[in-house]
Design a protein around this ligand. Structure first.
Ligand code: ADP
Ligand code: MG
Length: 354
């Protein structure tokens, strides 16, 4: 990236003797929406708090718009933040909550009123100005928290699991709304989540984090289709893992159960006799031999779940079980548990996990 808007460089954070963020590096473009995705405790909030100025890095630096902000106080950074728990002021109305930062900044009452009205329009709650937080649903409270964060026109918007306290349906509609507001305003945003579907669906890029490090940074398409590490492959999306033994590293032959799969050019660094984890996404597997799928393995149907438009089938292959989805077809009855079955796939879709 030639000229990133936000640059997090070799940032580390220790609390006492414990290092919770290690050599974290990330460049974010102006207007970009980047998610931090990872399990609880991997350091997502800590990195976000260092960008916001609530924690000082033990090493490294943070640059915004070409300026080193590593040691600036939070209120000197022009950063808007939304937290997981509804952090609205309970004794202030919606309008007072949204206008809070503007008032602190010394804006005139007329300007505050105008900006608050504009924000209420953006979050589509124009009638709510005089309500108190307790009179709002969780989803509405988070929209107000978002409006409060963006009202001062921050350079950066930082969202720390803003949807995790909401129920599933509200979560999906609000994430789309956040994304559309973010795009409309063109505001550079970091969105923290532990929910892979959430990250995949709304991000320009995702930084997958594990143990205080960014394991991989890439577009949702790259992260899902070309996971760089075993952790990323397992954490993002559903994965079928088959254990295999390399029988001929040079030509790319791997034995799975008692059959052979040819993985041309995918066994770099392996030698004959090595055991490997091979992974396939469910959508890369067909039931039966299919044109265009150059590899197959035989097994036995172990589970069939009729879900309506989709039938989820599990097939036992030796000691492994693979899961795949087929579309319902009224003319073809679903397979039955216990039937012999062949699965087919393209060897180019096979991931080799190291
Ligand atoms: N102020 C602190 N003092 C000591 N340990 C902390 C502090 N803040 C966070 N941690 C530890 O740092 C690790 C990362 O925490 P956090 O960044 O909150 O993770 P995440 O947001 O990914 O769940 C955790 O093990 C947590 O217990
Ligand atoms: Mg957190």
């Amino acid at each position: 990236m030639a000229d990133p808007f936000l640059s997090i460089q070799h940032v580390r954070k220790s609390f006492g003797a414990t290092t919770v963020v290690e050599d974290f590096n990330l460049d974010v473009e102006r207007g970009e929406f980047v998610s931090f995705l990872g399990p609880s405790g991997c350091g997502k909030t800590t990195v976000l708090r260092m960008v916001a100025g609530f924690e000082e890095p033990s090493a490294g630096k943070i640059v915004v718009g070409g300026k080193d902000i590593t040691t600036l106080k939070p209120n000197q950074r022009n950063v808007g933040m939304v937290f997981q728990a509804y952090a609205l002021f309970p004794n202030l109305t919606v309008a007072q909550n949204i206008g809070f930062g503007l008032k602190v900044a010394g804006m005139s009452k007329a300007d505050i009123d105008a900006r608050v009205a504009e924000m209420l329009g953006i979050i589509k709650l124009p009638q709510m100005a005089d309500r108190y937080p307790y009179q709002l649903s969780g989803g509405q409270q988070q929209r107000i928290a978002l409006a409060r964060a963006i009202a001062p026109k921050p350079k950066l918007l930082l969202l720390d699991e803003p949807l995790s306290a909401l129920d599933a349906k509200v979560r999906v509609s609000l994430r789309e709304e956040i994304r559309s507001i973010q795009k409309k305003l063109g505001i550079t945003t970091i969105f923290v989540t532990h929910d892979q579907e959430e990250a995949l669906s709304i991000s320009d890029r995702i930084a997958v984090m594990y143990g205080g490090k960014a394991e991989q940074v890439g577009t949702p398409f790259e992260i899902y289709n070309r996971p760089a590490t075993k952790f990323v492959a397992n954490f993002v999306g559903t994965l079928n893992v088959l254990e295999g033994t390399v029988t001929d590293a040079a030509s790319g032959k791997v034995r799975v159960n008692s059959e052979e799969v040819l993985l041309k050019g995918k066994l770099n660094g392996s030698k004959s006799g090595d055991t490997l984890s091979l992974a396939l996404r469910p959508e890369a597997i067909s039931l039966g031999r299919q044109p265009g799928r150059d590899s197959s393995l035989s097994g036995e149907i172990s589970e069939v779940h009729f879900l309506g438009s989709v039938i989820r089938v599990r097939v036992g292959i030796g000691g492994n079980t693979v899961s795949l989805d087929t579309f319902n077809s009224p003319a073809t009855p679903p397979p039955a548990v216990g039937e012999k079955a062949e699965i087919s796939f393209s060897s180019s879709d096979m991931l080799v996990l190291h």
